[in-house]
Every structure is written in structure tokens, then in C-alpha cells.
Design a protein around this ligand. Structure first.
Ligand code: MRU
Length: 326
């Protein structure tokens, strides 16, 4: 499969995740404004893919503005702030921007390196997590539950939590995957289910609110999710609905694994309470499929992410190792 995000001649090319699963199409983004719009609309999304977007967007600006470093720095700031929670976005921007004194081509070379390293890091992290899960769970084949989309589409390639599924499935260790639909934007139902179907992995989509019932009925052996930002103490910000999943897993004695590249770890933050959580528009909740479902004057609470405390997490696994959790 092609990369989720890549550089082609003078543009950033992304798989349009707003069009999936109905259509597999790409978008060619030629300006920083177009890229920022795609990030905000979640046409490109998922923490590692956002890291790549930040780096490539900075390169696009550096190539366009030449010696006007102030203009590039202004673009870089706007890119980094397009979505606040996934630390990879500002990390990717910073990494590319550091090469600005060497010129636009050097910035592009660095951005391309971010893309190349992403797939390698995610393969390593997910292979390590697959081993840890096999050590921890006796049952074969395994019945896994995941939330949101932490697959190829959330990264440049391969995936994190779904990367674990690819490793385990190849080894014949997966009976099925339960994919939370992931309200309100349905990354699980639209994207994870699509990826699992493409890979021939048996799966079931379930409402987020049915996950605890699936656990209570003994249908799940292990939960595995990705992350948007991991604080120094191992608290994890991930898609809204991850925290209740961890609570339910703890209640049922099920292991709860988080898998991410090292670029998702933010050691500048001592704990999860410092992570900025993106609030998204009310319409994502009051409308469904373009149709209004809540009263006109309904007030809305729509945080895009939540924070799972480290003490509910069995292990945070990255390409560098397994984080010691307090
Ligand atoms: O709002 P999104 O779709 O960008 O949220 C994505 C997630 O929460 C993913 O679980 C996370 O980025 C990990 S992706 C490997």
C-alpha cells in the first residue's frame, strides 16, 4: 500500500482519510494553508502521520520562502499549532526547522528522514509489543480490542497498535479484533475496520459503549491502543474513550498495552494533567451523517482526547523499549 503521507516533486500527497472507506483517493497539497486545512479536517491524522505532516509542511515552506526565514518560522508555528494534543506534530516541525540555516533542500532531506524513520520505529515498537502480549496472555489465538485508528493510516506506514495485529496475525496468533467504532468521528468503524478488512484479519465493529460488555462476556484477552502524547510518568493521551476502556480492562483483569514511536513521548511534561486536550466543534456531536440529531440549542462537551493514568496501563511500548511505569 502507498504511504499515508509522502512528498512528490513539489507537494505533500496524502491518502484522503475523510473519503475512506467509501473511496480510496489522494489529495495533492501545494501550500501550507492547504496542509493545515487537511490536518484540521482529519484528512491526515494520527500522531505519527502528523509528525510527518509537520516536517513536510515546514520543508514546503522553506523551499517556497528561500532566505525569508521569518516567513518559514511563521508557517512552522501555524503548522505546529494546527492540532495541540499529538506531540509528534510540533516534534516533526521542530526537527525540520532545525535544518533551516542549511537551506530549503536540507529541510526537505530532514523531513524525508522523519518519514523513513517512522515506519522503522513503528515496526520495532509493534514487534516488541507483540512479544510482550504473547508473554502476558496465555490464550491462543488471541482476541484483541483496539480503539480509534492506530494503523497504517495513522502513521507513514505499518501502524502502532494495528502494527501489533499485523505481527500477531502473520504468526497465526489472532482469532479476531474488536474495533471500537470511536465516537464521534468513527475512526474505528471507518478506518480500522477498512484496514483489518484489507489485511484479511477477522474483526467486529462495536459501539464504544459495548466494550465493557464484551470484556464482561469473556470475549477479549487484551486491549492494545496507540497514543498521541505520553508524559514522563507514563500517563497517556489518546483518542477520547481510551480512559474508560482502561478502567473497564482493569475491572476485568485484562492487560492494557499502549504502543507508540519514541517521538510520541514528551518528557518535558511530568504528568498527563499538563497535556493540552483539543476541543473540537459542537457539530461533530450534534450532527450525524450531516443530519442534526440534538436540539438546536444543545450545549456540547467534545474533547478529542482523554488521559489514561499510568497505573491503569500494563505497559507503554516504544521502539526504544518498554517504559518503566510508576
Ligand atoms: O483525532 P485523531 O484521529 O488524529 O486521533 C488519533 C488517535 O487518537 C490515535 O489513537 C493516535 O494518534 C495513535 S496513532 C498511531
Amino acid at each position: 500500500m502507498r504511504r499515508t503521507i509522502d512528498w512528490d516533486e513539489d507537494a505533500v500527497v496524502i491518502i484522503d482519510q475523510c473519503a475512506l472507506p467509501g473511496a480510496f483517493s489522494t489529495l495533492r497539497l501545494r501550500t501550507v494553508d492547504e496542509l493545515i486545512d487537511a490536518i484540521r479536517r482529519l484528512a491526515v491524522r494520527g500522531a505519527p502521520a502528523l509528525g510527518a505532516a509537520g516536517a513536510l509542511g515546514t520543508a514546503m515552506s522553506a523551499l517556497r520562502h528561500g532566505a525569508d526565514h521569518a516567513a518559514v518560522e511563521a508557517d512552522a508555528k501555524r503548522l505546529a499549532e494546527a492540532r495541540p494534543t499529538a506531540v509528534n506534530l510540533s516534534w516533526g516541525v521542530r526537527r525540520a526547522l532545525a535544518k533551516l540555516p542549511e537551506g530549503g533542500q536540507a529541510v526537505l532531506v530532514e523531513a524525508k528522514a522523519v518519514l523513513d524513520e517512522d515506519e522503522t520505529a513503528n515496526r520495532q515498537a509493534s514487534a516488541r509489543a507483540a512479544e510482550a502480549i504473547l508473554d502476558r496472555c496465555a490464550r491462543r489465538p488471541l482476541r484483541l480490542l483496539t480503539h480509534c485508528n492506530a494503523g497504517r493510516l495513522a502513521t507513514v506506514g505499518w501502524g502502532t497498535a494495528l502494527g501489533v495485529v499485523w505481527h500477531l496475525h502473520t504468526a497465526g496468533h489472532v482469532e479476531y479484533v474488536f474495533a471500537d467504532e470511536t465516537r464521534p468521528l468513527l475512526q474505528g468503524a471507518r478506518l480500522t475496520a477498512w484496514e483489518l478488512a484489507q489485511a484479511g484479519v477477522p474483526y467486529r465493529v462495536l459501539p464504544d459503549s459495548a466494550a465493557a460488555t464484551a470484556m464482561a462476556r469473556g470475549l477479549i484477552d487484551c486491549v492494545v491502543v496507540g497514543a498521541d502524547r505520553i508524559a514522563a510518568n507514563g500517563d497517556v493521551a489518546n483518542k477520547i474513550g481510551t480512559y474508560p476502556l482502561a478502567l473497564a480492562a482493569a475491572r476485568h483483569g485484562l492487560p492494557f498495552f499502549v504502543v507508540a514511536p519514541e517521538s510520541t513521548v514528551d518528557r518535558t511534561l511530568p504528568g498527563g494533567e499538563h497535556i493540552v486536550i483539543e476541543e473540537r466543534s459542537a457539530a461533530e456531536v450534534t450532527e450525524f451523517g450531516g443530519r442534526r440529531v440534538a436540539p438546536d440549542d444543545a450545549a456540547v462537551f467534545n474533547p478529542a482526547f482523554d488521559v489514561t493514568p499510568a497505573d491503569l496501563i500494563t505497559a507503554v511500548v516504544t521502539d526504544q523499549g518498554i517504559l518503566p511505569l510508576a
